[in-house]
Design a binder for this molecule. Structure first.
Ligand SMILES: Cc1ncc(C[n+]2csc(CCOP(=O)(O)OP(=O)(O)O)c2C)c(N)n1
Ligand SMILES: [Mg+2]
Length: 900
């Protein structure tokens, strides 16, 4: 057999003995069947592990609980009281969603996700998750987005949210509402981790746990008391982001990471693996990746059945039944289960003879059994050397009644009839709490309130007190403040490159190095790179600041003798993430939110190929802004013509357009090193001094030219988004303005000379560092004017700066024309944008700039055309220029790739 072909290559020191073992196994299979053989094999493997024989781990185990009943710890709580409280939470969560949809039809919300996971959260909140009181940093708990109603319902019982807030679930505009899902932007004192874009929470939790180790190993903060918990849907596991980084926590032995996968076997449309078994599939994936896996499949009532299953028929049935069938059993009667699950085999049927149909129907899944969960969580927190995943089997919509539980439509159900509420009331044993007449068509279903000082309230609050206060809670007190870096970190870059040519990328690397060396902020700077350091000249940082490696460097690097050797270290500063922009973004978020989740501000600088940023991991960037992360995103090798040679997939001409859609991102396209340094200093001031939750996106280029020094007084103007870079010079017959950004500066400067010398046009040059910023200012001003029609109108900055005369305005950029066009409406002059619309292609910069019509001749022609439109020069003059520069007017538009 080829799969185990390796065995034939191992030395067999005693073939006779080998044959005896094999014969024994053959005999067992023949005489007692495969089940018995499997059992013996499992026993052997267990013994081998005990003897530390070192057999490779198996990736799957039978469909039973990992922790046997006899190894369960004593449950320390008041079981009845906890169950009662859980019933209250379940009820309130459902009522909240139902009421919201009654008052605001179609407002949405989810009943069944939390209904399936209530015990998963409750056991954690009563016994494990640590809060932030007494100066503790607490645990980091990533909550499944659609379970939010249950978290609100508990916070209400704890007195953290008011009834009015519950009534405003999903109605935020009037204030005092509750956000649909975990959004720190919208509820900054409550939610910490946005999770509802599926897959991002799990990925972020991995890098969060890893970042805590980084802080510890670099002696920046003691993070040993924090566990990262992440709740995940089984359907969510299909997102590549969810399972895409599993090997990292195993490799780095992140035993501070625990995942709980709510295996309700359903996603939005139907079963996750109707024809298979999601728990088994996930077990194999996680075990293969090196995780500790704890399956919580069956509730306590099954223990007795399993104990009596001497023939292994029950186990066999469990192993063979596919999820689609299990889902069916969740909605069927006890008689049906008896007939179909236990029925076919008389030995199985006998096993449950003593149980009534009703008892059969309610044989619980492990994920609804707090004892099993307590045992699993306890084992997970005590596990050393590996991350743990708990795979908990549940029923979607559990306790919501037969019309909702386990139904394929359950995810979308947000309304319940009075009859359905009555059934739920009984199901949760709430008859004494909610009078029968409280539920009627003409009444609002009531919330359950806890009387001040009631036993339930005391119990809940006491449990949370024992665990250092509420969860979730977002705090932003800074425990380890951080001041601004010293000026000298910037000076080297601000003074320009003298006669030497340099790129904004190399200037940035220099600035980053200076910041890492800075006495004030140095250790808190987190450079993040996805296997691209050499591309950006950042390999210079490897030796001095070292690459973070959980295990240090266990080998001598091939370049150890070189000045810039590849140096890994346990206290390394650089996060060299390998080829994962998504993982790098997750590190960025972990570092960029450290000011809040640890009270320790850190300054992440994530440098990437600009094409693989907003386009590749835009949703993570969106999530970073929701997380209120602070830091810098550097889109290097930017531009569609600057990154010569690389072609269609690499040349970025639109990341600034994408960035324009992100509300809290300041997007910059600096042309010169001093602009870049000024913007970064401005950003640091916002983050470290003004305490603003802002992310700065800067594009960096790899084109070398001499970098001028920061002009006097320009610093404030640079961060407004636009400033005059050079006057028009001597008077000419015509005037014009050229706006440039990024490497557009080259064509603009050349065109200025050419226009003056050959075409009698005096053009002033402006550097547009941020069209996004100018547009936002103009939109705000316009809005103010619209809403204050009787007051003197205000003028947008861009209008004020460029004025209404001075000839046409030509804007040249290495990005799409839509980027400068963001402000054209507010420039009361002829506005001609030149940009790089269309797919990139490989060629030299010069050829590409001609191709995309952003080179000097095109800037000149555009300027003359603008003048012609204003009647200042004749159309013939434009034609003359076109002929002079040999521009082919009949060539295909670079956007029209389909024309071949
Ligand atoms: C990226 C992304 N795609 C799609 C959705 C829409 N969506 C919300 S919940 C859901 C199903 C969730 O199923 P599962 O992960 O199994 O969670 P459960 O509610 O069953 O616990 C889907 C598709 C989303 N929130 N995020
Ligand atoms: Mg599910």
């Amino acid at each position: 057999m080829i799969i185990d072909g390796f065995v034939h290559q191992l030395p067999d020191t005693d073939p006779t003995e080998t044959q005896e073992w094999l014969d024994s196994l053959d005999a067992v299979v023949e005489a007692y069947g495969k089940t018995r053989a499997r059992f013996l094999m499992s026993k052997l493997l267990e013994r081998a592990r005990q003897l530390q024989v070192g057999t490779p781990a198996t990736v799957s185990t039978p469909y039973v609980n990992t922790i046997p009943a006899e190894q369960e710890p004593w449950f320390p709580g008041d079981e009845l009281l906890e169950r009662r409280i859980r019933a209250f939470i379940r009820w309130n969560a459902a009522v909240m969603v139902i009421k919201a949809n009654k008052h605001a039809d179609g407002i949405g919300g989810h009943l069944s996700t939390f209904a399936s996971s209530a015990a998963l959260y409750d056991v954690g909140l009563n016994w494990f998750f640590r809060g932030k009181e007494h100066g503790a940093a607490g645990d980091a708990v990533y909550i499944q987005g659609h379970a939010a109603p249950g978290i609100y319902a508990r916070a209400y019982l704890e007195g953290r949210l008011s009834e009015a807030q519950l009534d405003n679930f999903r109605q935020e505009v009037g204030g005092d509402g509750l956000s649909s899902y975990p959004h720190p932007r919208l509820m900054p004192e409550f939610w910490e981790y946005p999770t509802v874009s599926m897959g991002l929470g799990p990925l972020n939790s991995i890098y969060h746990a890893r970042f805590l180790r980084y802080l510890q190993n670099r002696r920046i903060d003691d993070t040993s008391g924090t566990t990262v918990w992440c709740f995940i849907g089984d359907g969510e596991c299909d997102e590549p982001e969810t399972l895409g980084a599993l090997t990292l926590p195993a490799r780095e032995q992140l035993d501070n990471l625990i995942w709980v996968v709510n295996c309700n076997l359903q996603r939005l449309d139907g079963p996750v693996r109707g024809n298979g078994k999601v728990i088994q599939e996930l077990e194999a994936v996680f075990r293969g990746a090196g995780w500790n896996v704890i399956k919580v499949v069956w509730g306590s009532k099954w223990d007795e059945l399993l104990a009596r299953d001497v023939d292994g028929v029950l186990l066999d049935r469990m192993n063979r039944t596919v999820d689609g069938e299990f889902q069916r059993y969740a909605i069927e009667s006890g008689a049906y289960i008896r007939e179909h699950f236990f029925g076919p085999d008389p030995r199985l049927r006998k096993l449950v003879e003593h149980l009534s149909d009703d008892e059969l129907r309610t044989l619980p899944r492990g994920g609804h059994d707090y004892r099993k969960l307590y045992a699993a969580y306890k084992a997970a927190t005590e596990q050393g050397g590996a991350p743990t995943v708990i795979l908990a089997k549940t029923i979607k919509g559990w306790t919501l009644g037969p019309d909702v539980e386990g139904r394929n439509a359950t995810h979308q159900i947000k309304k319940m009839t009075v009859d359905q509420l009555r059934v739920m009331r009984e199901r949760l044993f709430l008859q004494e709490i909610i009078p029968a007449d409280a539920l009627s068509e003409d009444k609002e279903p009531p919330y359950i309130r806890l009387a001040e000082g009631s036993v339930e309230q005391q119990y809940m609050l006491n449990r949370r007190r024992q665990l250092d206060g509420p969860v979730p809670e977002r705090r932003t007190e800074v425990r380890r403040p951080l001041g601004m870096p010293e000026d000298k970190a910037f000076d080297e870059v601000l003074k320009g490159s003298g006669k030497q040519a340099a790129s904004t990328t190399t200037a940035f690397t220099r600035l980053l190095r200076n910041l890492c060396r800075d006495a004030n902020v140095g250790p808190r700077v987190v450079p993040i790179i996805p296997d691209e350091a050499r591309t950006f000249g950042m390999d210079a940082l490897f030796k001095e600041f070292k690459i973070y490696a959980a295990k240090g460097q266990l080998y001598e690097s091939v370049d150890a003798q070189l000045l810039l050797s590849y140096t890994e270290s346990k206290d390394g500063q650089l996060l060299e993430e390998g080829i994962t922009e998504a993982g790098s973004m997750a590190s960025f978020i972990a570092a960029g939110t450290s000011y809040a989740h640890r009270g320790v501000p850190m300054i992440p600088f994530f440098t990437f190929y600009s094409m693989f940023g907003f386009q590749r991991v835009g949703d993570l960037i969106w999530s970073a802004t929701d997380s209120r992360a602070r830091g810098f995103l550097l889109g290097a090798t930017a531009g569609r013509t600057t990154l010569l040679g690389e072609g269609l997939q690499h040349q970025d001409g639109h990341s600034h357009l994408l960035a324009s859609a992100f509300p809290t991102i300041e997007a910059w396209d600096p042309a010169f090193a001093y602009e870049m340094a000024t913007i970064i200093r401005h950003g640091l001031h916002q983050m470290l001094v003004e305490g603003r939750d802002v992310i700065h996106y800067l594009t960096l280029y790899n084109e070398n030219y001499t970098m001028p020094a920061l002009p006097d007084g320009a610093a404030d103007e640079i961060v407004r988004g636009l400033y005059r870079w050079a006057d028009a010079g001597e008077n000419r017959s015509h005037r014009a303005t050229i706006l440039f950004s990024g490497t557009g500066q080259g064509a603009a400067r050349e065109a200025q000379r050419e226009l003056a010398e050959r075409w009698d046009v005096a053009a002033d040059l402006w550097s547009a560092t941020s069209y996004k910023k100018l547009r936002e200012d103009a939109l705000s001003t316009e809005r103010w004017n619209r809403l204050h029609p009787t007051e003197p109108a205000r003028t947008p900055l861009v209008t004020e700066l460029l004025g209404s005369d001075g000839g046409p305005v030509v804007a040249v950029t290495d990005f799409m024309k839509a980027v400068p066009d963001q402000v054209s409406r507010w420039v009361p002059r002829t506005f001609v944008p030149l940009g790089t619309d269309g797919f990139g292609r490989s060629d030299t910069r010069e050829k590409l700039r001609g191709f995309f019509e952003v080179d000097m001749p095109h800037v000149v022609v555009a300027t003359l055309w603008g003048l012609a439109r204003q009647g200042e020069v004749k159309a013939e003059t434009v034609a003359e220029a076109i002929a002079h520069y040999g521009i082919d007017t009949e060539r295909t538009d670079p956007r029209a790739f389909d024309l071949g």
